[in-house]
Design a protein around this ligand. Structure first.
Ligand code: HPA
Length: 239
């Protein structure tokens, strides 16, 4: 049991899929895992553990933004001996070549956030995904013939703002899209010497002002969920 997760020791698997939304965690666990057990519901931030293709996997929620994923990922790494966290989320496209439903494997997270510096003295505004999970995702996507973009994304601390145009820092680093969590996840993984990856589905085209409808969202996320689950099953075998 940690401050924000009430699972008993051993009730969280070494590999965790981490969507932002607790109800998405519940949907993934109850739809795709065999024998899913609810292991924590502190603050309604649900965590489940079950098996997928014979491997134990946990699925839980990170909440929104760097402070929230910073708390959950740190407690998972340090109090539950989690090796690998795969964030699965949505993002807004900056790159006009991206389309709704496109999948991005995040190589680097770029951020104005002081999280990494403030928490761990890690300097700089660019952090890499950690460990080989990023490569495994690329290999599996190739096997599945699933189109996957790879590159840098912007982890922003703001969703609403009165600023015109995209973040200058994000543009300087050629960020494909924007989300709000990867930078803190990669910072914690760097500090804890653990593995972290992030898969994103494009849910918004920012310049074109288009969004997935709520009905489209459910189906849109299925290829990402499938890829993340197969990656998790394959990592477990490799570990
Ligand atoms: N901004 C930040 N995070 C997001 C967005 C966005 O436009 N879309 C999906 N996640």
């Amino acid at each position: 049991m940690s401050i924000h997760i009430s699972a008993a020791p051993g009730e969280i698997a070494p590999i965790v899929l981490l969507p932002g939304d607790p109800l998405r965690a519940k949907y993934i666990a109850t739809t795709f895992l065999s024998s899913p057990q609810l292991v924590s519901e502190t603050r309604n931030c649900l965590f489940y553990t079950g098996s997928y293709k014979g491997q134990q996997i946990s699925v839980g929620a990170s909440g929104m933004g760097c402070p929230s994923i910073g708390i959950y990922s740190y407690e998972l790494y340090t109090e539950y001996q989690v090796n690998t966290i795969i964030r699965i989320g949505t993002c807004g496209a900056y790159d006009p070549a991206l389309q709704l439903f496109d999948l991005i494997n995040v190589k680097q997270a770029v951020s104005e956030s002081t999280f990494a510096l403030h928490a761990w003295g890690i300097k700089g505004s660019v952090l890499n995904s950690q460990g080989n999970t990023y490569e495994v995702i690329n290999q599996l996507a190739k096997q599945k013939k699933l189109p996957l973009q790879e590159g840098a994304i912007h982890s922003s601390d703001v969703f609403y703002s009165n600023q015109e145009g995209f973040s200058p820092l994000a543009m300087e680093h050629g960020c494909l899209a924007v989300e709000m969590e990867s930078f803190a996840l990669f910072a914690n993984a760097t500090h804890c010497k653990k593995n972290a990856a992030c898969l994103l589905t494009v849910s918004d085209l920012i310049a074109a002002k288009q969004k997935l409808t709520p009905e489209q969202r459910e189906k849109a996320l299925l290829p990402m969920i499938d890829l993340a689950l197969d990656t998790a099953a394959s990592l477990k075998i490799r570990n």
